[in-house]
Write a protein that binds this ligand. Structure first.
Ligand code: NOJ
Length: 537
């Protein structure tokens, strides 16, 4: 087979650095904390998780209005997390273990404290004025147009000193950069180059489809929705045609360094949009977020996969995710009952589909959302919309490493409360338990690593419209695997719509201890929430 780039072959693990591991005891995670836990991620043996890359949510200097997604310097490390020297050590140590490092680039907007914006704001005649989106009030007064901010309120902020508005898609502390300004664009590209030269292996691109806005700043049309931002169709504040040229430029830059990648967070993602932006020569990958907002049903998952496969029929590569720092953790989202069983079924799906799986820290132990009291809320949209929406703190609570005080996360006072169940749900408790969620993730990842069919093979469902169970084949020259997943709490007989290829099927992995009956004929019996992976001999 032709060689595959590592980002199509590997499993990528998202670290939210504030919450992963705190080495200096200030209650906030840091780079040295991550360094101390690299062996958990991959020590080269199946005792470790075995991931191939880590994506670090932002670690740049930031005033922290959006916890790092408001960057004040694109080419440095916030002292909260360490130094550039710590970063270099982390990259070296990660590389030594075969773990690549992906940076989060947040270049749709910067912090209002970024020197670029400070200079831009200084006066209308500032050489950097045009690096951001400044506009006069409409004739007769009023905002330049009807655009709303994602985190609430209007997207235009009045600057009294220079008597103009600036545009911010998120908080007013996150002014949007003007990608039509060639100098600003060049400066951003320089930041990419800075990290590539330091040895990073790729980038996760924040709201990658919002860099450009309609040149005429036309009003967005109305749409049915709950909150202001949702009551507009985002026709003119994102997905502008000029984007593709930036993706091309970035692609060329990555090519220059070889073996580097970029994965895009597409806002209001649809599989078709994700496919368009990750077509050959553009982004390496674009997240498919379907799994993060659908019910727990075999049919819903299969529909999402079918749609993704269809969208990518002419090229591109799937990129699935169950959880991240912006959505409720899936171990909570799929319901409190049977959470562990469902976490295992979901893991098996994610890690046996065609495409690049992204894991979110803690999901390997079935970590659930934390409970955050109102006075503990840190996340700006949570503060604004409570109790309608509690914000994103629940999915950002500290990683529970052990049952000791501080959960092995910190010696200090954690910036968000520890999960109440941390004494039971933690890495140490699961390490030697062969039935733990952690053990299951390790088995899946190491099986995937060893299986060309799971990593690169085609995907073929054996049940066209699944009711309770999904069964599919993954086939590559020389290897054929069959995956069967029971999404329900009942035993099922899952009947195949097409005959099972004749072979001696050997069970390679199973959630249930007692041996599974041999696979043959037109269907398979599955116990409640059973996962079976077979290989044809
Ligand atoms: C998307 C990021 O994932 C989210 O955490 C952040 O608040 C916004 N973009 C703004 O950067």
């Amino acid at each position: 087979m032709t060689p595959t780039p590592w980002w199509q072959d590997g499993v990528i693990y998202q670290i939210y650095p504030r919450s992963f591991a705190d080495a200096d005891g200030d209650g906030v995670g840091d780079l040295r904390g991550i360094l101390a836990h690299l062996d958990h991620l991959n020590d080269g043996t199946p005792r470790s998780l075995g991931v191939d890359a880590i994506w670090l949510s932002p670690v740049y200097p930031s005033p922290g209005y959006d916890f790092g997604y408001d960057v004040a310097d694109y080419c440095n490390i916030d002292p909260l997390f360490g130094s550039l020297a710590d970063f270099d050590r982390l990259v070296n140590e990660a590389h030594r273990r075969g773990i690549r490092v992906i940076m989060d680039m947040v270049v749709n907007h910067s912090s209002h404290e970024h020197p670029w914006f400070v200079e831009s704001r200084a006066s209308r005649g500032s050489p950097k004025r045009d690096w951001y989106l400044w506009r006069d009030p409409r004739p007769g007064g009023g905002l330049p147009n009807n655009w709303e901010a994602v985190f609430g309120g209007r997207a235009w902020q009045w600057d009294e000193a220079s008597r103009q508005y600036y545009y911010h898609m998120f908080l007013k502390e996150q002014p949007d950069l003007n990608w039509r300004n060639p100098e600003a664009r060049r400066a951003v590209m320089q930041a990419f180059r800075f990290w590539l030269e330091r040895g990073v292996d790729g980038f996760r691109l924040d709201v990658v489809n919002a860099y450009f806005k309609d040149a005429g700043l036309r009003n967005n049309p109305p749409r049915l929705g709950l909150r202001g931002y949702e009551r507009q169709a985002h026709v003119f504040d994102m997905d502008q045609p000029e984007l593709l040229d930036v993706y091309r430029e970035l692609h060329e830059l990555l090519e220059e360094f070889g073996e580097r990648m970029a994965v895009g967070e597409v806002m209001h993602e649809t599989p078709e949009k994700a496919a368009r932006y990750s077509a050959p020569g553009l982004l390496s990958l674009a997240f498919n977020f379907e799994f993060t907002h659908q019910p727990w049903a075999a049919s819903a998952f299969q529909r999402a996969v079918t749609r993704c496969e269809a969208a990518l029929a002419t090229g591109g590569w799937p990129c699935y995710v169950l959880s991240n720092h912006d959505v409720s953790r899936h171990a909570s989202r799929y319901g409190a009952r049977h959470a562990v069983e469902r976490a295992k079924v979901a893991a098996a799906l994610l890690l046996t589909l065609r495409g690049t799986p992204f894991l979110y820290y803690g999901e390997e132990i079935g970590m659930r959302n934390g409970r955050i009291r109102r006075e503990e809320i840190q996340d700006p949209p949570g503060k604004r919309y409570w109790p309608l929406y509690g914000g994103r703190d629940p999915e950002r609570t500290p990683m529970p490493w052990s049952a000791e005080a501080g959960a092995g996360f910190t010696h200090g006072r954690p910036w968000l409360p520890l999960n109440r169940d941390f004494r039971e749900v933690n890495v140490a408790a699961q390490r030697d338990d062969p039935h733990s969620v952690f053990s299951f993730y390790r088995q899946l990842i190491w099986l995937r690593k060893a299986s060309v069919a799971l990593r690169r093979g085609s995907y073929r469902p054996l049940i066209r419209t699944p009711r309770r169970a999904q069964v599919y084949l993954r086939e590559a020259p020389g290897q054929r695997m069959l995956v069967a997943l029971n999404f329900s709490a009942q035993p099922v007989l899952a009947a195949f719509d097409e005959p099972l290829p004749r072979a001696a099927w050997r069970l390679r992995l199973c959630t249930h201890a007692a041996a599974h009956e041999p696979l043959q004929g037109g269907g398979i019996h599955l116990r409640p929430y059973e996962v079976c992976i077979f290989e044809a001999e």
